[in-house]
Each structure stands twice: as C-alpha cells, then as structure tokens.
Design a protein around this ligand. Sequence first.
Ligand code: SAH
Length: 245
Amino acid sequence: MKKAKIRIYTDIVFDKGSVISLGEAQSHYLCNVMKVTKGDEVLCFNNRDGEFLCRIEKADKRHAELLLIQKTKAFVPSPDVWLMFAPLKKDQTDFVIQKATELGARRIMPVITQFCITDKVKKERFIAQAIEAAEQSRRVDIPEISEAVSLPKVLQNWDNERKLFFMDETGGGNEICEVFAADKGKKAAILVGPEGGFAPEELDLLRKMEAAKAVSLGPRILRAETAVAAALACWQAIAGDWSAK
Ligand code: SAH
C-alpha cells in the first residue's frame, strides 16, 4: 500500500522560506511515533495560509524543525455550515467531532438541551479530535469549537441571516432535499438533539423562530451521531461543496 504523506497542523504563521520550529508534543509525534528523519517530507497547514510541502531539517525528539518548500494547497475555508449538537457519551461525542470535521462543518457548537445526559464539555478534547480529523481529511482549516451553550440562550441571540435547520424526530419536519435546496447559498446551522430527543417546550421555541426550519431524516429514528453525519452529508451534497456551483 502506498504510504500517505504525514500531514500536520501547526498554529505557526508561515512566511516565505521560513523554518517552522515544532513544539515538544509534535516533535515527539513526528520523531518517535512516525519515525521521520532529516530530509523526509511532510505536509503542513496552519488554518490560514493553506498547505505546504515541508522538509524535515532537524529531527530532534524535543524540537524538530521543518523547512517550507512549496505551497501545495490554497487556503479555502470549509462551507459556512455549523453543527450544533447535544453532547453524548464519550465515544459517540468523539464520533460526532470526527465526522463533523470530515464532513466539512466550519464550526462545532455543543448545545445543552433538557434531555442531555451531560452538560460537561471537554473543549480541549474536542479541539484535539478536530485537529486529528482535519489532518487526516486534508482540510486546510480547523473547525472552530465553541463553548457549550444552553439551547434557549443560543436561540435568544440568533442571527436571522443564518438558517437554523433542526432535525425533528417527531415527524413534523420537511423533506430534507427541498429544505436545503430552498436555502442554498445562505449561512446554515444544523441542530441535532440528544438521545432523549428534544423536549416539547424546546420544539415550541424552535418552531417560533424566524430562521428555523424543521427537517425530517426519514421514517426511521436515527441515533444522534448517525443523524449528525446524515444531515451534514445531505447539506454538503445539496448546498455545500460536494457539487460544482
Ligand atoms: N428519543 C427520541 C429519538 C432521539 S434521536 C425518540 O425516541 O423519539 C436523537 C436526535 O436525532 C433527535 O433529537 C433528532 O434531532 C435526530 N433524529 C433522529 N432521527 C430523526 C429523524 N428520523 N428525523 C429527524 N431527526 C431525527
């Protein structure tokens, strides 16, 4: 099997001809785990300048250095769709962060709802998961991970320019293709409820919002993490960057 080039994210700003000094954790990863040596090539991106081919100049286990050689990808941000989801158990939450990143969500926002199993959000863990998924999926940006916020609060401050598509498991939602196609080109957010579903008062609140639209994901009830992947995939195919304009 052909080995894919190692791809890493750094928050260091790239300047032409610059040398990137990596911190201890990444130096350890490259030198001890991935066993790179001086002269090897890796790809590097920084969430603002695109992706660059780099050569390892110094393979020091504590302090590796990369030399930028050539730009390999321009910086193109992911489409303007947010994923809002109610935190789940650890493995399912990890899945949500990984898949939302692979599926090109620009921002990921944990939203605390009445039937959420937890309101504890490990933001650092979310960021680490998102970076790993962005490296693997060849994104040139990293999704922004928001602080957890309660559903009423996020709705209170909602910007009506952004459509809020909430996945409604009660059967009252509109057909997904039609809804997404009707608002193609607009800023979007996809909201998925917790395993326990939305509370009736939450659905009332959502239904009253100008920017919100109830969406159906078909006749079967999906696990929340499946609903996240299904909704984002449909949005990317219909209104996002899976199709030419
Ligand atoms: N406990 C609920 C199911 C919740 S599923 C029940 O038994 O009815 C978790 C979340 O996934 C829901 O809140 C919804 O946002 C989404 N979801 C799952 N299946 C769906 C469907 N068929 N249509 C729309 N949304 C769905």
